[in-house]
Design a protein around this ligand. Structure first.
Ligand code: ATP
Ligand code: MG
Length: 388
C-alpha cells in the first residue's frame, strides 16, 4: 500500500515516540479495492496530549481534540489523527455523549460502522482486519460490525451510510444488516437534515443507485416521501445529482412545490433548490420542443438549466433531438437575452421611448428576433419600432 509522504512522516514520528499508528477506514477500503483513496485518516494509541508533544514541531489544528482528533499539517493535505477510542453512551441516536480513549486497537475498530470500513494498515504492521473486512470486500457485502440493530440504534446515520456504500461500491447489504436497518428506519427522523442530505447525494449518484433505491424504497420514503418511488428502478444512466433528483419528481403532481418542500426539509443548498425549481417549472408534457420554444426557455432560465431540462426530458423518453437544436441555437448565437440584442436602451431613449416602456419594447424586440420575425440588426429592429 503506497502511502503519501506526509502520512508516512506522521506514522514514523509516532512510532519513534513509542506509539502505534495506522491509516484506517475509507482509505484502506479504497486501497483494497484498487481505487485511489481521496483522503487518509489515521488512528493512534497516543492521547491528544501525547500527539501534541510528538507534533510540536508542526502546525496543528485542535478543533476535534475533544473527540481525540488532532489535525496535523505536515505538507500535503491536512491529516486527521484520532486517538483510539470507544464511543460512550449514545444520546438521540446520533451523538455519543462522551468518548473514552482506549488502549485497545480492537475496541477502536469495533466502534466503526461496517466491516469494510474497520480495517487499518501501517507499513510496519501490515493490514489489520479483525472483522472479515477483506472477505466482505471480495464478496461485495456491506455488513455492520457487531450487532446491527444496536449499531443502527446508536447512530441512525449508519442506516443511510449502509445504503450509500452499497450504491457507490455496487455492493449488497448483508441480510441481518438489511433487516436491522429496515427495522430501525424511523430513527432517521432523529438525524440532522444536513447529514441526511450529504449521504443522500452520494447514494443517489452511485452506480448501483437504482438497485439500492428499489430494494430499500421503504427506507428512502422515511426522509424523502415526496419522491416518486415508481421511478427508482429506472434512474438515468448519467449520474448527475440534480438530473437524478429531478427525475424522481418529474411525474408527481405539483412537482415544483413538492420539490421545494423536500429541499427545505433536507436543508439543501440554494443552488439545488433554485435550479431544480426552475427546471421542474418548465417541464411540460409536450413530446418535442421547437427551436422557438427552446429559445423562450433559454430566455427564462440559465443555459445550464436549459440543458438540464433537455437531459431530463430525454431521460423521460421525450424530446428526441432537442439537445442538437440547443447546440445549433447556441452555435449560431441566436439572441435569447436582452443584452444580445443589436439595440439597447439608449437607442430607444433617443427615439423618445421612456421609463417602463424601454424594457417592454426591448423584450418585444427580443421575442420578435427569437421567433424569427426580424433579424437581429440594428436598422431593422429600429425600423420595427418606428412602425409601431
Ligand atoms: P468516504 O469515502 O466517504 O470518505 P469513509 O469510509 O472514509 O468514506 P468517513 O465518513 O470519511 O467515511 O469516515 C471515516 C471512517 O470513520 C469510516 O471508514 C468508519 O471507519 C468511521 N465512521 C465514519 N462514520 C461513522 C459512523 N457514523 N459510525 C461508525 N463509524 C463511522
Ligand atoms: Mg473518508
Amino acid at each position: 500500500m503506497q502511502l503519501p509522504e506526509n502520512v508516512l512522516t506522521c506514522i514514523r514520528l509516532l512510532e519513534e515516540n513509542g506509539h502505534r499508528a495506522h491509516v484506517v477506514g475509507g482509505c484502506v477500503r479504497d486501497f483494497c479495492l484498487g481505487k485511489e483513496p481521496h483522503d487518509f485518516d489515521m488512528t493512534t494509541d497516543a492521547t491528544p496530549d501525547e500527539m501534541r508533544e510528538v507534533f510540536r514541531g508542526y502546525r496543528t489544528v485542535d478543533t476535534g481534540i475533544k473527540h481525540g482528533t488532532l489535525t496535523v499539517l505536515a505538507g500535503g493535505e491536512p491529516l486527521e489523527i484520532t486517538t483510539w477510542r470507544v464511543d460512550g453512551e449514545y444520546a438521540d441516536h446520533r451523538h455519543p455523549q462522551n468518548v473514552v480513549f482506549t488502549k485497545s486497537l480492537t475496541e477502536d475498530l469495533k466502534r466503526r460502522d461496517f466491516t469494510v470500513n474497520a480495517m487499518c494498515y501501517s507499513p510496519s504492521e501490515g493490514l489489520i482486519d479483525e472483522f472479515g473486512g477483506r472477505e466482505d470486500l471480495a464478496a461485495g457485502i456491506i455488513r455492520a460490525v457487531g450487532e446491527p440493530e444496536r449499531r443502527f440504534e446508536e447512530d441512525a446515520l449508519r442506516i443511510l451510510r449502509a445504503l450509500r456504500f452499497a450504491s457507490v461500491l455496487g455492493f449488497s447489504v448483508e441480510k441481518a444488516t438489511a433487516d436491522a436497518l429496515r427495522e430501525k428506519k424511523q430513527l432517521l427522523g432523529s438525524v440532522s437534515a444536513e447529514r441526511i442530505f450529504s449521504e443522500w447525494k452520494k447514494l443517489l449518484c452511485g452506480n448501483s443507485a437504482s438497485r439500492i433505491l428499489s430494494e430499500f424504497a421503504d427506507v428512502i420514503e422515511v426522509f424523502l416521501p415526496e419522491a416518486d418511488a415508481a421511478r427508482f428502478p429506472s434512474l438515468p444512466e448519467n449520474g448527475d445529482f440534480l438530473l437524478r433528483s429531478l427525475y424522481l419528481f418529474a411525474g408527481v403532481e405539483r412537482a415544483p412545490e413538492r420539490y421545494l418542500a423536500a429541499c427545505d426539509r433536507l436543508r439543501t443548498d440554494n443552488e439545488t433548490k433554485r435550479r431544480g425549481i426552475g427546471v421542474l417549472s418548465h417541464l411540460t408534457d409536450s413530446l418535442s420542443l421547437s427551436k422557438t420554444e427552446i429559445l423562450h426557455i433559454l430566455f427564462e432560465i440559465e443555459k445550464d438549466d436549459t440543458e438540464l431540462l433537455l437531459d431530463l426530458r430525454a431521460a423521460l423518453g421525450k424530446g428526441k433531438g432537442e439537445k442538437e437544436i440547443l447546440q445549433t441555437v447556441l452555435a449560431e448565437r441566436i439572441p435569447y437575452r436582452i443584452a444580445d440584442l443589436a439595440v439597447g436602451g439608449k437607442d430607444l431613449t433617443q427615439r423618445g421611448i421612456r421609463g417602463k416602456e424601454i424594457g417592454e419594447t426591448l423584450k418585444d424586440l427580443l421575442f420578435a428576433v427569437m421567433d424569427g420575425e426580424v433579424p437581429n440588426e440594428k436598422e431593422k429592429l429600429l425600423a420595427g419600432i418606428a412602425r409601431k
